[in-house]
Design a protein. Structure first.
Ligand SMILES: [Zn+2]
Lengths: 433, 141
């Protein structure tokens, strides 16, 4: 068995995956109709009943769920089992108002951990590996998700959680960790620290990394791979659907395989809700096919990406998604390129700055102007003009590599970015389109 | 001994330097020497003040980015040829000057130097018989 955790499922012929989904979806819709009043009411309002859903071809008839529904139904409104059946919650901060609280039965956790175990195996993990989980443990799904998968694979698991970089490095070096799981920016930081301490890539026992939960560029991947001497794998997930492992990268490093035996994916037009054909960029929507406690149907992730069924050399047959570019509701089109504020935030954070920025888009002579104002911080400042300019340039280069277009970075004084009701205004678009 | 210089980030737009001087004036902080480096987008004010601690505090409270930078200060005769003499020692000791500025006192002139390795430069110049001024000496000028 080469790099698979559940080969018969991961490499199942596409027709068999469809057949499995055709069997699971109608049953799951009926289960949710019977157990979740909130969604039943939504279906009724939409004029659809479980009898209308006979196969995955009928999926488009069902109403969408969104973050707003999670807020309205907080905390128990979407629960499909008695609380006594639940063994755990995980939680993530919502962008507006209430936190998202997701519930899990033991069965749901098993599904989730199978998914992260598949990701670890795809990264070359076996029971002989030492897997250091440097994602946060707790309400955040990163730590518990990878921890559970690591146990399933049989790796020796080091639950360092995030932070305390010195201790992270001590465990990597002393206990010969071979797989590192954390956010890409933390991996880059660990890598830089090891480099400063004088370790060369060949001195570091790590061979693979599983990095997710934030946006990162291909250039950043190569940097991390070089400093740590590893192969870096992307992983995707969201608390609403389970956690990390909804999809994961294989050795091809060209898109993440979605675990289709559990999660049914669609791409829709974020404005009209219309389902888009394979290969078209749009908003990713998920239906959990066999979750029991918190079973969302047609949940709009707000993540923009593309799906492909092109054959993958790793042997897996499950559909692949591209790395999400950002949130559909924040997307800007500048000089024909999609730009997401989250990408700018990532570049700032990857360079160790606070995410105090503002995007200013305008139009001069039919060409878009693109400026990013960044608030100066004591960390970024020196008394040397050339050095401050150089740091500004590093940010400009980082933005160009992340976005593919050039942005002008302007450094501004602290607390000067326009705020509205206490929240910073992140985008000012003066174009008249 | 090096002297503490206050370095402040300024946006390059009208009124920002005046905002800075107003805050310092309101807190009774005296600027002994000041130099401004600027690009088309931003400027950096470097200054010696009578109370470094108070100055950086009130500036931070008023949303300025202000940091403390060590610089070397030397007193010379306010006469032709003395600066030339001083700089000869810098070249002889291979000390690279990042920037410098000056102010004239009642009797002597004072030269402020920013070098990349303050401690090393100070020791080299000391060995040539050049003694840099202390924070107290500058304050007493
Ligand atoms: Zn693959």
């Amino acid at each position: 068995m080469a790099n698979y955790f559940q080969e018969e499922i991961e490499c199942m012929p596409v027709e068999k995956i469809k057949a499995l989904q055709n069997e699971l979806l109608p049953a799951q819709v009926r289960y949710v109709w019977e157990n979740v009043e909130y969604y039943r009411n939504k279906m009724k309002a939409h004029g659809v009943t479980p009898d209308d859903i006979k196969s995955i071809d009928d999926l488009h008839k069902l109403p969408f769920m969104s973050k707003a529904d999670l807020r309205d139904a907080y905390p128990y409104g979407l629960l499909a089992v008695p609380l006594s059946e639940c063994v755990r919650i995980q939680s993530t901060s919502g962008t507006t108002g209430k936190r998202v609280v997701a519930f899990y039965t033991q069965g749901d956790i098993d599904i989730w951990e199978d998914c992260t175990a598949r990701a670890i195996c795809a990264a070359g993990g076996t029971k002989d590996d030492v897997c250091q989980v440097s994602y946060g443990y707790g309400l955040f799904t990163g730590g518990p998700g990878l921890d559970g998968g690591s146990h399933k694979v049989g790796c020796l698991t080091i639950p360092t959680s995030s932070g305390n970089t010195e201790r992270q490095i001590m465990f990597i070096m002393d206990l010969h960790a071979t797989i590192l799981c954390c956010t890409p920016s933390y991996a880059a930081y660990i890598g830089e620290t090891l480099k400063e301490m004088g370790y060369k890539p060949e001195d570091i026992p790590l061979k693979a990394g599983i990095f997710g939960a934030e946006a990162w560029s291909e250039e950043m991947r190569r940097d991390i791979e070089k400093t740590l001497g590893i192969k870096a794998y992307d992983i995707y997930g969201l608390t609403e659907i389970s956690g990390p492992g909804v999809s994961f990268e294989c050795s091809e490093q060209r898109g993440m395989h979605i675990n289709e035996d559990h999660f049914l994916a669609e791409i829709i037009d974020p404005n009209t809700g219309e389902v888009l054909p394979e290969g078209t960029q749009g908003e990713l929507v998920f239906t959990a096919l066999d979750k029991k406690a918190f079973p969302l149907i047609r949940y709009r992730t707000r993540d923009i990406c593309t799906l492909t069924r092109e054959k993958c050399s790793c042997g897996r047959t499950h559909v692949r998604m591209t790395k999400p570019k950002g949130r559909s509701d924040d997307m800007l089109i500048i000089r024909g390129v999609n730009v997401f504020p989250s990408q700018i935030e990532t570049v700032l954070m990857n360079n160790g700055y606070a995410a105090n920025y503002q995007i200013i888009v305008g139009r001069v002579n039919n060409t878009d102007t693109f400026e990013v104002k960044v608030e100066m911080t004591p960390d970024m400042f020196t008394d040397n003009v050339g050095e401050v300019q150089a740091r500004r340039k590093v940010l400009e280069d980082g933005l160009r590599s992340m976005l593919g277009i050039k942005a002008k970075v302007t450094l501004v004084a602290p607390k000067t970015i326009t705020r509205s009701e206490g929240k910073a205004v992140r985008v000012i678009d003066t174009r008249k389109i | 001994m090096s002297v503490n210089q206050v370095s402040v980030f300024l946006e390059n737009k009208p009124g920002t330097l005046n905002n800075l001087t107003e805050i310092l004036a309101a807190h009774n902080i005296n600027i002994r020497a000041l130099s401004l480096a600027e690009t088309s987008e931003f400027g950096i004010v470097r200054m010696l003040v009578n109370d470094v601690f108070e100055a950086t505090n009130v500036l931070k409270e008023n949303n300025f980015v202000a940091i403390i930078t060590p610089v070397l200060a030397y007193a010379i005769e306010d006469k032709a040829g003395y600066l030339n003499n001083l700089l000869k020692h810098f070249s002889a000791a291979s000390v690279n000057i990042e920037y410098m500025y000056a102010f004239a006192g009642k009797e002597r002139a004072y030269m402020i130097f920013r070098v990349n390795d303050t401690k090393k430069a100070e020791a080299l110049l000391q060995s040539k018989g050049l003694k840099s001024l202390t924070q107290e000496e500058i304050a007493a000028v």
